[in-house]
Write a protein of this length. Structure first.
Ligand code: AMP
Length: 395
């Protein structure tokens, strides 16, 4: 069932606690990429433009959880938000302490405050009820607009809305979460065919569950990146010193059996004798010689994959085809990104590296949806239900 969004509730004069994903990269107090703040603006503006009093909560990075750590403070994010909104945004130096209560009670209609990093307290990751109660009592309405964290059971994601619901308060989704869920749900429930999944990146272990489920949903699964080499080993092929997860070879064998023709692996590899852009390189078919490691898919694989993508009506992509941070081993990832952009298929790009690649290449406007959450979008494709979303109010 569809969930209510922030547009469905009257926020005038009410205090709204909105869980956002302001987990932006910060170095020396400077934000290098503020897309996550930008993406939260529609929900933020919807509240303040209608006279709501907005309290924003988020995590940032992975602090120890034993108290404030300046490098993980959300105060630069609050400043940046103020610049974007063109109005002052106040900042509380805690989450459930005196300052948060003071900032929350000082809000006037249309005002915004950001609370400090939720993860400065271990209670957040633990889903702690007492911590959640402290947050819940600050507001009248709860909004989840943090898609990247929806697969987790952190206090701010699950316990807070559960408690607020018990108190008879509205708990709804933000526009970003709503859009993300719509796209991915549609892909899972009404796939346009042929439906092709492209998986890459370093680890098979992260993607085992998703491959399993995608084998049921998709017409074809393309596997690239270092992941492919674990499958090569499962096929008895030599991989030199490529990255391989030995403890996943058996799983890869089972998937090869279950997948049959559906699974497409690279037919050639761009290999190097060291993990470096200026190592000795060559393109090899099939097997990888000793002393070399596979760092990207080769040109024949690019052609094979691009041809398959060309015929697709729907594509989901998660994970680069090679070490795309290190040219020339970015070529496979670039070519796949281009093939997706040109295919005309409904395309959903998982967060993280594939989203970064599509953005860097300037193709973001030519795909249907770039997800803000790599882990969360994979979990959805794996068929998981998110408690953080399930418990929001139904339409
Ligand atoms: P993941 O987080 O699992 O999506 O993996 C992303 C990372 O996989 C990127 O940093 C890539 O550089 C890396 N990667 C992709 N292909 C290879 C490869 N053939 N060898 C080593 N690392 C790779």
């Amino acid at each position: 069932m569809a969930k209510k969004t922030i547009a469905d509730v009257d926020v005038a004069g009410k205090t709204v606690l909105m869980r956002v994903d302001f987990n932006v990269p910060i170095k020396d107090g400077q934000i290098s990429d503020d897309r996550r703040i930008e993406m939260a603006l529609p929900s933020i503006k919807s509240v303040i433009d209608r006279g709501g009093r907005l309290l924003l909560i988020s995590h940032l990075g992975r602090p120890a959880g034993t108290g404030p750590e300046p490098e993980f403070s959300l105060s630069p994010a609050a400043r940046r938000l103020g610049e974007k909104l063109g109005k002052p945004v106040s900042f509380a130096t805690d989450t459930v302490g005196e300052d948060a209560k003071l900032k929350a009670s000082s809000l006037k209609d249309g005002d915004v405050a950001v609370l400090e990093n939720l993860r400065f307290d271990k209670a957040e990751n633990k889903g702690d009820e007492t911590f959640a109660s402290g947050l819940a009592e600050l507001a009248d309405i709860y909004v989840n607009d943090a898609f990247g964290t929806c697969h987790r059971k952190d206090a701010s994601m699950v316990a807070v809305p559960r408690i607020m619901k018990q108190q008879g308060k509205s708990c709804v989704s933000g526009f970003l979460v709503d859009r993300e869920i719509q796209y991915l749900k549609d892909a899972i429930e009404n796939p346009q065919r042929p439906f092709i999944a492209i998986l890459g990146g370093a680890k098979v272990s992260d993607k085992i569950g998703v491959i399993d489920n995608l084998l049921k949903l998709c017409d074809r699964i393309i596997i690239g990146g270092a992941m492919a080499y674990t499958f090569f080993v499962a096929q008895g092929r030599r991989v030199g010193k490529s990255l391989v997860e030995q403890d996943r070879v058996e799983d890869a064998k089972k998937m090869l059996e279950a997948g049959g023709e559906k699974l497409m692996l690279p037919v050639d590899s761009h290999v190097g004798d060291a993990f470096s852009g200026d190592c000795n390189k060559q393109v090899v078919d099939g097997e990888i010689p000793d002393g070399y490691q596979g760092l990207d898919i080769g040109p024949k694989s690019v052609k094979l994959f691009a041809d398959a993508i060309k015929g697709a009506k729907m594509v989901v992509w998660n994970g680069p085809m090679g070490v795309f941070e290190m040219p020339p081993f970015d070529e496979g990832t670039k070519a796949v990104a281009e093939a997706i952009a040109e295919s005309g298929a409904t395309s959903i790009i998982g967060g993280g590296d594939s989203a970064a690649a599509i953005q860097q290449l300037g193709f973001a406007d030519r795909v249907s949806h770039v997800s803000t959450g790599g882990g969360a979008s994979l979990s959805m494709l794996e068929g998981q239900k998110f408690e953080a979303v399930e418990l929001l109010d139904d339409k």
